[in-house]
Ligand binder design. Structure first.
Ligand SMILES: Cc1cc2nc3c(=O)[nH]c(=O)nc-3n(C[C@H](O)[C@H](O)[C@H](O)COP(=O)(O)O)c2cc1C
Length: 201
């Protein structure tokens, strides 16, 4: 059984601190035998949610762009690692705009009742949040967690871990951080082993 891992980079800065940390996690997962793909949100064509509520009636989004296709890929993955730097004490506009587009899944679950994730499904699907921040406060990531929770709950994933590195201003970049890249790599390996075990039971 091959575990599938989807990395989503929500940083507009290509190959910056956050995407590099995500890459380390994905490298670890690949070495552990997973099938790994990465999507960079700035490469995708999608608009933020219009709030038209058409999905409340149909369960589908009327905006025809690349967001629903990425949700299909999320729903098909065993593990999703979503990454964003902290911008103005939250996640980036690119990631928040994408998360809001899951409203049609919310409508299927709570209005139309055509979508349900069983406890067994959620146990077998793991979500990981990866982030970096400039400041040194340990609570700098706190305001990002609720939107990530919304994403993982809406798509049937067990929000299983945060891989975060603060104080980037002091380190002058993730590559100079003493432990973060290795930790992310090991967590990538570890999650594949965990999922293999859970899915074999
Ligand atoms: C627009 C903007 C807003 C930011 N806001 C914060 C912030 O509120 N708190 C913080 O700790 N760092 C903040 N930062 C710093 C970034 O979180 C940090 O440099 C991060 O490592 C950048 O990741 P990246 O290389 O993937 O873009 C901000 C950076 C930018 C560009």
């Amino acid at each position: 059984m091959t575990i599938t891992i989807l990395g989503i980079s929500g940083s507009p800065h290509r190959h910056g601190n956050t995407e590099t940390l995500l890459d380390s996690f994905l490298d670890g997962a690949r070495v552990a035998g997973a099938s790994v793909e990465k999507v960079v949100l700035t490469d995708l064509n999608y608009a933020p949610c219009r709030g038209c509520n058409a999905c409340h009636k149909t369960g589908n989004c009327i905006v025809k762009d690349e967001a629903p296709g990425l949700y299909d890929r999320i729903l098909a993955a065993d593990c999703v690692a979503v990454a964003s730097p902290i911008y103005s004490m939250g996640i980036t506009a690119q990631l928040k705009g994408f998360i809001d587009r899951a409203q049609y899944l919310w409508a299927r679950k709570f209005i139309l009742k055509t979508l349900d994730f069983s406890p067994d499904h959620i146990k077998k699907h793991k979500g990981v949040f990866i982030s970096t921040a400039g400041q040194n406060q340990t609570n700098v990531f706190d305001s990002a967690f609720p939107a990530i929770t919304a994403l993982f709950h809406g798509t049937g994933f067990d929000y299983s871990d945060n891989i975060v590195a603060n104080n980037m201003d002091k380190y002058n970049g993730i590559k100079n951080h003493p432990t973060a890249l290795q930790e992310a790599y090991e967590k990538g390996q570890q999650i594949v082993r965990e999922l293999e075990k859970i899915k074999s039971t």
